[in-house]
Structure formats: structure tokens, C-alpha cells
Design a protein around this ligand. Structure first.
Ligand code: UDP
Ligand code: MG
Length: 338
């Protein structure tokens, strides 16, 4: 933020709000990761502002511009003239998970709502989320009821992915829950404190735990533009999620290896005995070639699986930051603090 050029913070907290009870009014942050959402932001930001004013809480809206190539940064920065709006521009496109991390790290509210910038996540649900939060929920996550807009292949792929992901853990990652959610300060702090570089957010949300309430909703179609998650990126995200939250594929490699090795050894013993005792010549050129090729194939697949994990270790060890900020502007909750 540039305090010198920023407009003077308006007194958001009414003077009487603090005095009587001695407790400060609670606040809410909204985090919106945006990659080329200029047209959508023009619609979303006024809508969101209205929703937040209506809550009567102190609020801030944080737009994370994830290296957009359109007017996203300009639109967001124009809104930053108003108190309560912040814009964090990343130096390039780091991906949604990194953009979310940047937004969460900047959010100062007692409750933090994460929502997409394409109007698929309707701000009108925030009211109900806040009600759950005030009633004691630490996480309120929206669960999509409808997936009919998605292709059959994507639905099947998604089901297989969650099966594999949840195969062996103490916590389950709910299938139809996305990033649209409200989190208590404690949850956000826990998320920020996680040191890993590979941030599969859906998994991390589940990992940190806390009392969560599911809220069904029907996502609306994207207002403008196209989704940035094609089949290839979804597949890459799935591999990220699996390697970050499971180790059973590694154990499977050992188990399958044993399953192959034990019969192979027994067969070897049989062939030797057969040759020594009955003088049968060692035969079967084609058997050798076929089994050799088969086992080489299996081994390469398994080396690949191990390699995926090794690559992740390499990523972690390098310890690069999750994202690089080019520019921050606007006056958020922190700057409004009396
Ligand atoms: N997004 C982002 N960085 C990216 C890709 C997407 O910040 O590299 C944002 C995007 O602007 C949107 C949200 O993540 O606000 C969800 O993206 P999208 O609508 O493309 O995904 P889908 O709704 O199809 O899952
Ligand atoms: Mg979308």
C-alpha cells in the first residue's frame, strides 16, 4: 500500500459500536483470485460491496490479480480508490492455488470468504454463511448440488480422483466442495502456517480440520470469458493433489512388486529342479521376451510414480516463494484499524 497517495480511511466503525460492549465489531474479508476477469469484476465488485455493507460488519475486498493480461488490474485498482478495496497484483500467472494463498495471507478479517471472480459463486450466499459462522461454525463451505453442466468424462474423472484421494486418510476431502467458503480467522491462520509449496487448497482445507458446515448451492454459469481449467490442467491438478495427500501409491508399488516376485521366484525354482531332475531343456523363448517386456513396462510405470513424488520433494526443497507480488494498492482492514 502507498499511504501517501491512498485516500483517507473512512470511519467504518461507528463510534458507539465499540464503547458499550467493550468488544470490537467483527470484520470480514473477501478474497477473489482473478485471471482475466475484468468484465466479470465490473459486475461482481458492486454486488459484493452492497452485500458487505448490508452485513453491518467492517469489511474489505481483496482482488488478487493473478498475472492477468486484460484490464483486471486496472479495474481492481480503480475500485481501490474506495476504502475497503485492495488489489494485489502478482508478477505473472502463478495459478489459482497460489493466488488464493496470496489473498489469504493478506486478509485481516475475523472471517474470510473466498469466491471466484466469474460470478459462479453468488455473493448472495455470504449472508447465510455468516449466519452459520455466528452460530459457531469455523468453516462454511458451499457444496455444489448440480454437476449437470459438466461433461460425463469430467464427472467420472472427478469421482475416480476423490476415490483415490480419500483412499487412506483420517480426513476426507469432500467431493463437491470447491473454493467457495467462509473461514474463521483461526482456520486461515492455520492454512497460512502450512509450509508446503505445492498447495492443493481443497486438500489443505480438509487437512486443517475445524468444525465445518456444508451449505448446498447451485453454481451459476460463468458470466463472461472461459474457464482456465481444461482437461490437461485438471489432470495436472489431480496429480498435485494425489502426491500431496497420499503415499499409498508408493506402498502399492512394493505390494505389486511382491505379488510379481513371489510367483516368479517359485517358477524359477521349478524350472531349475525340472532341468536337474528330469533333464528337461530350458525352453520358451517367447515366454521370456513377453514377460521381459511386460515387467519392463510395469517397472517404468512404477519409476514414474516414484518420480512424481521425487519431483515434489525437489519443488519443496528449492523453497521458492509461492508467488511474487508486483504491486499492492488500496486500503484494507489493517489500514483502517483505529
Ligand atoms: N484463476 C486464477 N488463476 C488462474 C486460473 C484461474 O486466479 O491461473 C481464477 C479465475 O479468475 C476464477 C477462479 O480462479 O476467479 C476459478 O477459475 P475458473 O472459473 O477458470 O475455473 P472453474 O470455475 O472452471 O473451476
Ligand atoms: Mg469458474
Amino acid at each position: 500500500a502507498e499511504p501517501a497517495s491512498a485516500p483517507a480511511p473512512a470511519p467504518i466503525v461507528a463510534p458507539h459500536a465499540q464503547g458499550a460492549t467493550g468488544t470490537q465489531q467483527r470484520s470480514i474479508s473477501c478474497v477473489i483470485p482473478c485471471f482475466n476477469e475484468a468484465a466479470n469484476l465490473r459486475q461482481l465488485l458492486p454486488l459484493l460491496e452492497e452485500t458487505l455493507w448490508a452485513t453491518g460488519m467492517r469489511w474489505e475486498i481483496i482482488v488478487v490479480d493473478d498475472g492477468s493480461t486484460d484490464d483486471t488490474a486496472a479495474v481492481a485498482q480503480a475500485w481501490c480508490e474506495l476504502t475497503g478495496f485492495r488489489c494485489i497484483s502478482l508478477s505473472r500467472n502463478f495459478g489459482k492455488e497460489a493466488a488464493l494463498s496470496a489473498g489469504l495471507a493478506a486478509a485481516a478479517g475475523d472471517a474470510v470468504v473466498v469466491l471466484d471472480g466469474d460470478l459462479q459463486h453468488s455473493p448472495s450466499l455470504i449472508r447465510a454463511m455468516l449466519d452459520h459462522w455466528k452460530a459457531g461454525a469455523e468453516v462454511v463451505y458451499a457444496v455444489r448440488q448440480e454437476r449437470s453442466d459438466e461433461s460425463r468424462l469430467k464427472q467420472i474423472g472427478s469421482r475416480i480422483f476423490y476415490r483415490l484421494l480419500n483412499a487412506s486418510d483420517r480426513f476426507a476431502v469432500p467431493q463437491d466442495a470447491g473454493d467457495f467458503r467462509l473461514m474463521d480467522r483461526r482456520v486461515v491462520d492455520a492454512l497460512i502456517s502450512l509450509p508446503e509449496r505445492s498447495r492443493f487448497m481443497k486438500g489443505l482445507y480438509a487437512w486443517v480440520g475445524f468444525r465445518a458446515v456444508a451449505m448446498p448451492y447451485t453454481p451459476r454459469p460463468r458470466a463472461a470469458g472461459a474457464s482456465s481449467f481444461n482437461a490437461r490442467r485438471l489432470f495436472a491438478l489431480a496429480i498435485d493433489g494425489l502426491t500431496a495427500f497420499t503415499t499409498w501409491p508408493l506402498r502399492m508399488v512394493s505390494v505389486v512388486g511382491l505379488l510379481f516376485a513371489v510367483p516368479a521366484l517359485s517358477y524359477g525354482v521349478y524350472v531349475i529342479l525340472d532341468h536337474l531332475m528330469f533333464g528337461n531343456p530350458v525352453s520358451g523363448w517367447s515366454t521370456i521376451v513377453v514377460s521381459l517386456m511386460f515387467f519392463i513396462g510395469v517397472q517404468m510405470i512404477f519409476t514414474g510414480i516414484v518420480g512424481e513424488y521425487v519431483a515434489r520433494i525437489y519443488e519443496e526443497v528449492k523453497g521458492r516463494p509461492l508467488y511474487v507480488v508486483r504491486r499492492e494498492s488500496g486500503v484494507g482492514l489493517e489500514a483502517q484499524q483505529p
